[in-house]
Design a protein around this ligand. Sequence first.
Ligand SMILES: Cc1ncc(C[n+]2csc(CCOP(=O)(O)OP(=O)(O)O)c2C)c(N)n1
Length: 604
Amino acid sequence: MLEKINSPKDLKELNTEEKNELAKEIREYILKVVSENGGHLASNLGVVELTISIHSVFNMPKDKIVWDVGHQSYVHKILTGRKEKFITLRKLDGISGFPKINESEYDNFNTGHSSTSISAALGMARARDLKNEDNEVIAVIGDGALTGGMALEALNDAGCSKTKIIVILNDNEMSISKNIGGLNMFLSKLRTKKLYSKSNISIKKALIKIPVIGKPIVKVIQRIKRSIKQLIIPKMFFEDIGFTYLGPVDGHNIEQLQNILELSKKVEGPVLVHVLTKKGKGYKIAEENPDKYHATSSFDIETGKSKKEKKPDYSKVFGDKLVELAEKNDKIVAVTASMKDGTGLTKFAMRFPTRFFDIGIAEQHALTMAAGMAKEGMIPVVPIYSSFYQRAYDQVIHDIAIQNLPVIMCVDRAGVVGADGETHQGTLDMAFFRLVPNLTIMAPKDFKELEIMLEFAVTLNKPVVIRYPRGGEDEQIKFEKYDKIELGKSEIIKEGNDITIIAIGKRVAKALELAQKYEKDGIDAEVINARFLKPLDIETIKKSINKTKKVVTMEDGTKINGLGTAIEELIVEENLEGITMEKQAWPDEFIKHGSVEELEKIYC
Ligand SMILES: Cc1ncc(C[n+]2csc(CCOP(=O)(O)OP(=O)(O)O)c2C)c(N)n1
């Protein structure tokens, strides 16, 4: 079947049986590619029938679709002309793992961060109405992404707007881990309602809003079913805020899906279609462990075992150390925005269930809630990926920094992360955090230094940022000495007279490598591990630069407003003369996807 599909138009020629066969082939194809390239597996296996149905019912690219997060857009990509190229998924210059407007006319909006789809779709729908056009606009959002504030802001706006948009809620009861929160409790009530089928009266409210023929049909159905109406149509949030609710529908039944989507086209105003799916559907190993196979590196299809040797990474080192510190200090609590496993908090959650808070995909809330806890004497530790910290910038400033509250902000996946690409690269955090008064900003050179920085942070009684990269420490360079951490003090790793290399975080290992290269050319380099981006160790750095008159700065962040900029400012402010300087950092660009090594070769 897959051979016959070159664009969504070809789908319209197939009957349901053929579409079911196609679904099977697509699952096999995704499994094959993701098991080789790595990527988001379980979420994509869960939306195969849904995506086939969407493309059967709607008319893309005239109708427009926004995929929330976008990690579940593989089936969409395969069906919209990228079938052959799909084998290059997440590879340098290959197909992106997320929707990209410059990759295909079928990708209407770039995504990667959660909970943006309803806002973007509503904007497109409003623009359509202003231009007097007549296309449909669809947002597909997961129950996890629905826990994000932006999604709720958008529902609030859309509900009373009367603007026609179709929100498809892909409810698999999972975020990356099991979904949590009050909304999830509400959805679980809806999940137990009778499933939608063509004759089911749960379409009553939709029919009312279908122009002309709607009302008479409703009257008939109403008369017959009045007595059981209350049982089937719960009083529900979505209806109350202005949406027509359709569903729930079995998200693996193409016929029912197509029926309900056809119906959604006929409804006036905002409509929400509640679709029940199974994460990992069709691959037993992922069905049983949907969180493990949410995103995966390459693995063996037969056993599900990773092809990559499991090595310790920064997240694990952080998580283990936090448990150790929390054993001794009962004020320490941990907060995650739906990333318990990714940020290394699984052990903490098991050891201290009452001191662990998974608050949903809601980074803004995570930080302000942590600020509240800090205000009342707790020491909240909040690991969030660098690129997701972008979302909570005002909360860092307004709720944490201004009040100088001791929240420990751990910035995981800092620097370039590789195959997830532009939306997930963590190159901006040093630049934006450096602007904020009252923040202490640190980055460790290796695992051991992360541990001692964390130890230091819990005693500091101030807001602290600790940034560390994805993956493990440098395998070539091993450090021997670890000076005690003192606020604003750097560490001289190697003394020298000819050139000063100042580095921070994972680049300190590279600085030492560079110094070894210089040595071969008879150049004696001094290597400084800055440790603190803020407060910067002005005295030590000034002394070294005055001695060598030459500086190289190295950091895993954008060249704007990071360590290099801080040194440039120091040179000017301290009137250091006759200095030559080179800044090694990421350029002022969004960094595309590829392996970290490939990207470093291209950009650095
Ligand atoms: C702002 C933000 N925080 C965290 C993430 C990481 N993340 C990616 S997918 C995901 C879970 C999404 O769950 P859901 O929307 O239910 O989709 P599913 O994978 O279950 O289909 C999370 C937390 C993100 N993409 N964006």
